[in-house]
Design a protein around this ligand. Structure first.
Ligand SMILES: NC(=O)C1=CN([C@@H]2O[C@H](COP(=O)(O)OP(=O)(O)OC[C@H]3O[C@@H](n4cnc5c(N)ncnc54)[C@H](O)[C@@H]3O)[C@@H](O)[C@H]2O)[C@H](O)CC1
Ligand SMILES: [K+]
Length: 482
């Protein structure tokens, strides 16, 4: 599944029409599928449909007709000046005897659900004047809002803040980059010919279908030396072992992702946990002889981070470089040595590597992740909402995860988890996107059960459950085709 820009979506739409596909069918499906989501979420609650003059408005007019046929009360207000399919949708609705008022007269009533069909992918710039005010009124009304295709106004401000959004044909960039505005996300198939959605030049959305085949197999003959051994190198002895927990959490992450054995190389005095690890207490960053297939390096390393990373390089094993190991000269050393590595920066660390501010990175994570992958020649996991994985030309945007994961140590767990997948033989890009997806899914499972207040170690403990759901094809995604 690809992540479309609004322009790419309009292009697919146009190509379908060029192939002879009747565009009115697309609109009919869009409105009908959105009506189905409406009924599922809001039952027979009356609808207030606000329709713009373009095709997004047309989708809203189709939805109004389908809701009417289902016995739902509808009040419809539309902009004037419809043409083409939107005009046909208006005529069809009028033929049912529905009154359509001018948008200027739209009022909000307690108990109604607002259907936002003002603007979709055709928006050219920020809303101003009447439409900016209308959007603010929608938000202030405090009623549930179902947005069709995109909450109107996105990707700019002001924009509608929706309770739920039905994306048509494919997810578009704002659905994942401005997810907060979308509420619960649904993806509706509207009959667009499949080849038009296969765009390898666009970023991919990490999906269960794409990731399941990457899960490492566990044959009956497996033993702890055959399924991937991980070396974790991290921690810092100054300041009284202040970061001692970080490498331990990475070790947990690696075990919970299925590592056969985890070596923990950490400063003397580090607690000997988890009990299942093989311990290597060292006085300073050192690489003891290890039987491992991958490393996770730098977590809790503080001022030792760089030295840990350069020592680890001597092993020439696939390596996850995290936190204090993230320095431009470290990345350069790995690239030069031709050692496969995954960098796992958050926006601040990525900014440090790129010479940009954390705000600049967070504003356009797709571009930042791609730039960092290009500059370093390594795989990059840019952590955030959403987390983006990049390598060479490839970009994968992760849809799992939630704000409950914003707590100390979850990044360490992720690094260990990715290292376990590297140790099992996955290539860096695959280990990164699968690790990120499962880590986010583990967080989603926990957030559903407990809400906010998770501990990083609990995220590690939920990894096997996430992995099993994916394995068995039972992931209930945040969005789903219907
Ligand atoms: N994905 C598909 O294949 C299909 C999508 N459908 C729906 O169509 C919209 C896109 O429709 P379009 O007519 O191109 O654009 P909009 O309805 O979003 O709005 C166009 C309308 O708005 C005016 N406009 C642009 N910018 C501004 C602005 N800043 N302020 C005020 N007005 C503005 C512009 O001039 C036009 O008049 C897509 O999202 C789906 O909902 C199809 O129904 C099915 C196929
Ligand atoms: K909309």
């Amino acid at each position: 599944m690809r992540l479309f820009t609004p322009e790419a979506m309009r292009e697919a739409d146009r190509k379908a029409v060029e192939r002879g596909y009747p565009s009115l069918l697309l609109m009919e499906w869009a409105g009908m599928k959105a009506a189905r989501v409406y009924l599922e979420l809001f039952g027979k609650a009356p609808a207030l449909v606000l329709a713009g003059k373009g095709n997004n408005g047309g989708d809203g007019l189709v939805l109004a007709r389908h809701l009417l046929l289902e016995g739902v009360g509808v009040r419809v207000y539309a902009a004037g000046g419809q043409t083409g399919d939107a005009l046909l949708a208006l005529q069809a609705l009028l033929a049912h005897g529905v009154e359509v008022g001018p948008l200027e007269e739209a009022s909000f009533r307690e108990g109604e659900v607002v259907v936002d069909a003002l603007f979709g992918t055709g928006l050219k710039g920020p809303l101003t004047d009447f439409y900016a005010e209308l959007v603010e009124r929608v938000n202030r009304a405090g009623l549930p809002v179902l947005a069709l295709d995109l909450p109107s106004g996105l990707p700019f401000s002001p924009h509608v803040r929706a309770t739920a959004t039905v994306a048509f044909a494919a997810l578009k960039t704002p659905h994942l980059l401005q997810r907060e505005a979308c509420g619960k996300l649904y993806l509706a198939e509207i009959g667009l010919p499949k080849p038009l959605l296969e765009r390898e030049d666009l970023p991919e959305v990490a999906s269960p279908e794409a990731l399941r085949p990457l899960l490492p197999k566990r044959p009956l003959t497996a033993h702890k030396g055959s399924v991937g051994r991980v070396g974790v190198l991290g921690g810092y002895k100054g300041e009284g072992l202040r970061y001692a927990g970080a490498p331990l959490l990475a070790a947990l992450g690696a075990y919970r992702m299925g590592a056969g054995l985890v070596h923990l190389v950490a400063p003397e005095g580090t607690p000997l946990e988890p009990l299942e690890a093989v311990f290597h207490p060292v006085p300073s960053p050192t690489l003891p002889p290890l039987k491992a297939e991958a490393l996770a390096v730098g977590m809790g390393g503080g001022p030792w981070g760089r030295a840990w990373a350069l020592k680890a390089l001597e092993a020439r094993l696939p390596t996850v470089l995290d936190a204090d190991a993230l320095h431009p000269e470290v990345a350069e050393a790995y690239r030069k040595a031709g050692v496969p590595a995954v960098l796992t920066p958050h926006a601040g660390e990525a900014g440090r590597l790129l010479g940009a501010s954390p705000e600049e990175v967070a504003k356009d994570p797709l571009t930042a992740a791609r730039a960092l992958a290009e500059r370093t020649g390594l795989a990059v996991v840019l952590k955030g909402n959403p987390t983006v994985v990049a390598e060479g030309e490839r970009l994968s945007v992760n849809p799992t995860g939630n704000p409950a994961l914003a707590t100390g140590g979850t990044g360490d767990v992720l690094s260990g988890a990715i290292a376990a997948l590297l140790a099992a033989g996955l290539r860096p890009f695959d280990a990164a996107r699968l690790g990120v997806y499962l880590h986010g899914l583990a967080g989603d499972l926990l957030a559903e059960e407990k809400g906010v207040g998770l501990l990083a170690r609990e995220v590690a403990e939920a990894l096997p459950r996430a992995r099993r759901l994916l394995q068995e094809g039972r992931v209930s995604p945040a969005f789903f085709p219907r």
